[in-house]
Design a protein around this ligand. Structure first.
Ligand SMILES: [Zn+2]
Length: 115
């Protein structure tokens, strides 16, 4: 300690995050040492210090196994499948529409062409 770079509170460089910020992204420090610290001066007391970790060295909280990836892919496919035409829309079906966009808004140009 002591040789750590110290940054002012709102001037943390990119690529560093506090433990809490890592956690919000599903990451954990993963055994790395504190890479830098943030200091926020406070009146009368010592500065408030937050420790920063390097995002590129952080590890996922729970490593993904092939089974977990498969389950995730399956869930995503289900969310992308239009209940009306049963096609994979290629994006998550918006709850506001309930179907894929072509089902919800048939293309007027398309219907004109078929006339
Ligand atoms: Zn559809």
């Amino acid at each position: 300690m002591g040789a750590l770079p110290v940054f002012r509170w709102r001037l943390a460089p990119d690529g560093y995050a506090t433990r809490r910020q890592l956690r919000a992204r599903g990451l954990r420090p993963g055994g790395q040492d504190v890479a830098a610290q943030l200091e926020r001066p406070r009146r009368r007391r010592g500065p408030l210090v937050a420790y920063l970790y390097r995002v590129d060295l952080a590890k996922p909280v729970r490593p993904m196994t092939p089974a977990r990836w498969a389950a995730l892919a399956k869930a995503n496919t289900a969310r992308r499948t239009c209940p009306q035409c049963r096609r994979d829309a290629g994006y998550v079906i918006p709850p506001s529409l309930g179907t894929c966009v072509p089902c919800a808004h048939p293309d007027p140009a398309e219907s004109l062409r078929s006339c």
